[in-house]
Ligand binder design. Structure first.
Ligand code: KG4
Ligand code: ZN
Length: 364
């Protein structure tokens, strides 16, 4: 295959409209540009992402975003080798906006089209940032995703387990809401937890009593609500210390569950006898210091290297889609004008879909 390979990537599966240009020269990938238009303000009044608002905003912004990414990269469309686009899973109106835009560019220029699974974009990012070799273990933890994957190849993943209800970021956001803390909840809960006593409230450790790597976070949120209401009933309100203790207890429960499930996922992964065992994490929740420390400890104890891409590449972006596009393009995995936008698209087709997981739509 001709080198370098330069790919334009588009992402619009959730609440970020993004475009990026990534180039691979020899074995060295380089992000030439990565533009992200977030939609947080548009959805702020609704307590979650409103699919119709998201879809319209993507349709309005996506071409602008592409132009900006090409300009920032200093690359004309003529120097692009292919257009990669998130073809699912996600909110279908948004996915369609990206797919239609990519198809339009491909039709107008004759460039090849590469459909990318959004989750594969996240899962392949550590190869872009750290050059990881297959197979590696991956934990995706964000407001929309929570799953353990073994990455074997750009188009081959084994899902070891995932959340059966809320994603952990979603649980952090709901916790913040219940305690009157600002959104996004993760950073606010983490900050409050610093002054808290994690042992004051006894929160459950969901699904630890069951074998396997599946997770659940919705019961934890209910337990927090009950604990909050009990304090309010007793004292008539919450003090700063009560809030801090509730946050610390909640965060400790999430950390412990993620650490224990990681231990199990690591055991399954090590059975493959990987040459360089690695646990990589991605997603906004990986920014949490306590969770990160817990995962680092578990990795070190099992002899695994621990790695996390920089936060801007952990959260939704198009550089990861362009990179996954390069990986597929190199393998000759190219699509045509029949490329379908898919609301559900499990990475591991051998596993049943994780129905209902994540606040931002089905991320099977
Ligand atoms: O990956 P991301 O930007 O978006 C998707 O959900 O796709 O993740 C955002 C989520 C939010 O739920 C946010 O509360 C959570 O990540 N988050 C955190 C922290 N920073 C962001 N959760 C816990 N601790 C943090 N420091
Ligand atoms: Zn994502």
């Amino acid at each position: 295959m001709r080198e370098p390979i330069t790919i334009l990537g588009l992402e619009s599966s959730c609440d970020d409209t993004a475009a990026a240009v990534v180039r691979l020269s020899g074995s060295k990938p380089e992000i030439l540009s990565s533009v992200v238009y977030g939609q947080t303000a548009l959805h702020a009044d609704f307590g979650g992402v409103v699919p119709e608002i998201a879809a319209r905003a993507h349709a309005e912004k996506i071409d602008l975003c592409v132009e900006e990414a090409l300009q920032a990269a200093g690359v004309a469309l003529g120097a692009i080798d292919a257009v990669a686009v998130t073809a699912g899973p996600g909110l279908i109106g948004g996915v369609l906006a990206g797919v239609m835009c990519a198809k339009g560019i491909a039709a107008g220029t004759g460039l090849p089209l590469v459909g990318v699974n959004h989750l594969a974009g996240h899962a392949l990012t550590p190869r872009l940032t750290d050059g990881l070799s297959f197979p590696y273990l991956m934990l995706l933890v964000s407001g929309g995703h929570c799953q353990f994957l073994i990455a074997h190849a750009p188009d081959r993943f084994t899902r070891l387990g995932g959340t059966i209800d809320d994603a952990p970021g979603e649980a952090f956001d709901k916790t913040a809401k219940l305690l009157g803390l600002p959104q996004p909840g993760g950073p606010a809960v983490e900050a409050a937890a610093r002054a808290g006593d994690p042992a004051r409230f006894a929160f459950p450790r969901p699904l630890l009593d069951r074998p396997g790597c599946d997770l659940s976070f919705s019961g934890l949120k209910t337990a927090l609500l009950r604990a909050r209401d009990a304090v309010v009933a007793e004292k008539g309100g919450l003090t700063e210390q009560d809030r801090a203790d509730l946050c610390a207890g909640f965060q400790a429960a999430v950390s412990e569950v993620l650490a224990e499930k990681s231990r199990r996922a690591i055991a399954e992964y090590l059975a493959l006898d990987p040459a360089e065992p690695i646990l990589a994490v991605a997603g906004g929740v990986a920014a949490n210091g306590a969770i990160r420390a817990a995962l680092e400890t578990v990795s070190a104890k099992s002899g695994l290297r621990f790695t996390a891409p920089p936060l801007a590449l952990c959260t939704d972006n198009a550089a990861m889609i362009a990179w996954a596009g390069i990986e597929r393009f190199r393998l000759g995995l190219i699509d045509d004008a029949d490329l379908v936008a898919r609301p559900r698209w499990p990475l591991d087709q051998s596993q049943p879909a994780l129905i209902g997981s994540g606040k931002k739509g089905a991320k099977a």
